[in-house]
Structures are given as structure tokens and as C-alpha cells.
Write a protein that binds this ligand. Structure first.
Ligand SMILES: Nc1ncnc2c1ncn2[C@@H]1O[C@H](COP(=O)(O)OP(=O)(O)OP(=O)(O)O)[C@@H](O)[C@H]1O
Ligand SMILES: [Mg+2]
Length: 357
């Protein structure tokens, strides 16, 4: 187990700077999930932590020790990739024990660790099989088994579940989480999957263009995104955002946009005339608003079973609603949106920063 710190990390490939002075701390035993758009530097950061990639500037600290010049094999880190890269000519057991054999560990030690990891991952019955005789999920478990056998200080996962089908992903997600609860090994996990990020993370790190936009617990980021980027990146379907202007008159406050009056939280202190991005999550609107609602035209209705997703239009703006249960609405029909004012997010249109509260 170990703490990890990134201090002012920079990374360039040739003249192109990919990581631009990034720093954060991971506490011992924490499960941190890295998210961000494709190409923002997530894998590069993991590879630098694992010692597979040089650092152009800054320091990486593991357990209080600067590891910049420490070779990968001496960092005591195990990484699980998207492509599990098992050795095809080795059995499951041999695959799992390989890293220990490379280090000339005693056979009894290797066998004991492999057998313990196999028990944790329910791989005992498969130890004698070859990778080609396994399902995708089983291969993924072997790849994790290989990492566990090393008993590392830190686990790194780079989109480990993205090759699996939806059902298996859910099952493996639960397994990785259970594994973490059991071993409590510090973990850094990269994913594009919103649900994985929200459900697995102690804290989520949102990266963008080589910097950190925000770090926090999943619900922190969901409820109080610091800026427009995080607001639109966290949550699925994404937050609706429309441009508008704050209006104050007769003791009331609202946002004017697309010819409609949009409710805002009571405590909003933004001055009259302030240009804003008005943000509202799909689940924070329902149908059937009263005098405080907004009229919208239905474009698409998508029942998913437990929920119904609607695409609606107000003026030029299109918004997505996720409504509980079934909805009796048809395309082209006009509906009235009820918006929960207290769940509205306002962002300064110039800086993109969260306003108030
Ligand atoms: N060896 C390399 N040489 C040159 N450029 C590289 C190299 N490795 C990565 N890059 C570039 O660095 C940037 C970050 O890549 P990285 O793989 O870290 O992104 P990522 O956040 O993991 O993206 P994804 O979500 O698509 O996996 C990309 O623009 C990529 O093209
Ligand atoms: Mg990547």
C-alpha cells in the first residue's frame, strides 16, 4: 500500500506538450478514477507513474519517495491494460505466476500466491487452461490475477473493461470494487464509462488538455461542478446548457433565454444583465410545469423501460429530459417543462466558472 503524489508534472512528445503542470495527491488505499476526453493524457500519466514513460518535468512521489529515476520494475506497481496481453502458450496458472518466476521467487511462494489470487478471483477451476480456452471476462480476471500475485503497492487500470460486453462489464466492475475493498491497495483507474467512474471511485479526477479541471467525490462533481467543462463531462446524459441572461425585477430573479423565463435558485446573487450558461440535468426536469414552467416542443420520445428520455426544443435550444416511468407525449406536441429551480447550475459565460453557492 502507498500514497502517490504528482507534483507539477509536465510531459512533452517532441515539441508538443501533453501534460501541462498537473498535480494532485492520492492517499494510501484510495481508489481514484481518471476521466477526460480522448487524448487528454490519461494513459500517459499512468505510464509515467508505472515508469514506462519518462517525465519531462515535475516529480512523482510514491510513499514519500521521489521515483522519477527509479526503474519500472523497482516501483512495485502493477498495471492492467485494456488488451490483457496474456501469454498464449502459458496456462492461466503460469500466466499468473510469470512475474514472480522472472524474479526468481521460490516455487512454493509463487504457487501459494497464485493459488490465493485464484481463490479471490474464482479462477481455481481454470488454472490449467490456456487463454484461448477462456471467455473475455475470464481472461480479464486472469490479467487481474497476474497483477494481484505481485502484491504491488499500487494498481493501475487503463480501461480494463472496455472490451467486454455490457453485462460482463457490470459483473467485473463489482468484482474490481470488491477486490479493492478486500485488498485496500491504492488504485488508479482510467475509464470512459460514466457509471464506472461514478460507482467505483472514492474520488474522480477530471482531466482536460493536460491539466486537472476538478477533483472530488463522484457526487461532489455531479452536484457542484466547478466549471462548464466538468458540468458537461460528468453525468449521462449530459447536463443541458443554454446561453441566457440573468434578469431581476420586482423582487424576482430568472434567466431569460430563447424567449422563455427559466427559474433560478432563490439564493442566486448574479446581477441583472449578467450573461450566463444555464445548466440543468436531464433528471432535474419533469413534465407538467405550472406558471413557473417553460413551454417546449417534443421532438423525440425514447422509452427505455424504467425511464423515458425526451428530446424537446425551446426556441432554438434542444434539451434532453429523463423522466421516471412512461410518458404519453408525441412528436410535435407542446409540453410544459417543470424545472427544479434549486437544481439549476449557473456558469459565468465569460469564464465558464460556477457562479454562487
Ligand atoms: N509515444 C508518443 N509519441 C507522440 N505522441 C504521443 C505518444 N503517446 C501519446 N501521445 C499523444 O499524447 C496525447 C495523450 O495521449 P494519451 O494516450 O495519454 O491519451 P488518453 O487520455 O489516454 O486518451 P484515450 O482516452 O483515447 O485513451 C495524445 O495526443 C497522443 O497522441
Ligand atoms: Mg488512453
Amino acid at each position: 500500500m502507498a500514497s502517490v503524489s504528482f507534483r507539477n508534472i509536465q510531459k512533452s512528445f517532441g515539441k508538443v506538450q501533453i501534460i501541462k503542470g498537473l498535480g494532485f495527491d492520492i492517499t494510501d488505499g484510495e481508489f481514484v478514477v481518471l476521466v477526460g476526453p480522448s487524448g487528454c493524457g490519461k494513459s500517459t500519466l499512468l505510464r509515467m507513474l508505472a515508469g514506462l514513460e519518462d517525465i519531462s518535468g515535475g516529480e512523482i512521489v510514491i510513499d514519500g519517495r521521489v521515483v522519477n529515476d527509479l526503474e519500472s520494475k523497482d516501483r512495485d506497481i502493477a498495471m492492467v491494460f485494456q488488451s490483457y496481453a496474456l501469454y498464449p502458450h502459458m496456462t492461466v496458472g503460469e500466466n499468473m505466476g510469470f512475474s514472480l518466476r522472472l524474479r526468481n521467487a521460490e516455487k512454493s511462494v509463487t504457487d501459494e500466491r497464485v493459488s490465493r489470487a485464484a481463490k479471490i478471483l474464482n479462477l481455481d477451476p481454470l488454472l490449467g487452461r490456456y487463454p484461448r480456452e477462456l471467455s473475455g471476462g475470464q481472461r480479464q480476471r486472469v490479467a487481474m490475477g497476474r497483477a494481484i500475485v505481485r502484491d504491488p503497492k499500487v494498481f493501475l487500470f487503463d480501461e480494463p473493461l472496455s472490451n467486454l460486453d455490457a453485462k460482463l462489464r457490470v459483473a467485473m466492475r463489482a468484482e474490481i470494487k470488491a477486490l479493492h475493498q478486500r485488498l485496500k491497495t491504492t488504485t488508479v483507474y482510467v475509464t470512459h464509462d460514466q457509471i464506472e467512474a461514478m460507482t467505483m471511485a472514492d474520488r474522480i479526477v477530471v482531466m482536460h488538455d493536460g491539466i486537472v479541471e476538478q477533483i472530488g467525490t463522484p457526487l461532489d462533481l455531479y452536484d457542484r461542478p466547478d466549471n462548464l467543462f466538468v458540468a458537461q463531462f460528468i453525468g449521462s446524459p449530459s447536463m443541458n446548457v443554454i446561453e441566457g441572461t440573468v434578469r431581476r425585477a420586482g423582487g424576482e430573479c430568472w434567466v431569460e433565454s430563447q424567449g422563455a423565463r427559466w427559474p433560478v435558485p432563490v439564493a442566486t446573487s448574479a446581477p441583472d444583465g449578467q450573461p450566463v450558461h444555464y445548466g440543468i440535468r436531464p433528471g432535474d426536469m419533469t413534465l407538467g410545469g405550472g406558471s413557473n414552467g417553460v413551454d417546449a416542443k417534443v421532438i423525440v420520445v425514447e422509452p427505455t423501460g424504467a425511464e423515458t428520455e425526451l428530446l424537446v426544443q425551446v426556441g432554438e435550444a434542444k434539451l434532453v429530459l429523463a423522466v421516471h416511468g412512461r410518458v404519453d407525449a408525441r412528436p410535435d406536441e407542446t409540453v410544459r417543462l417543470a424545472i427544479e429551480a434549486e437544481s439549476v447550475h449557473l456558469f459565468d459565460r465569460q469564464t465558464g466558472k460556477r457562479m454562487g453557492r
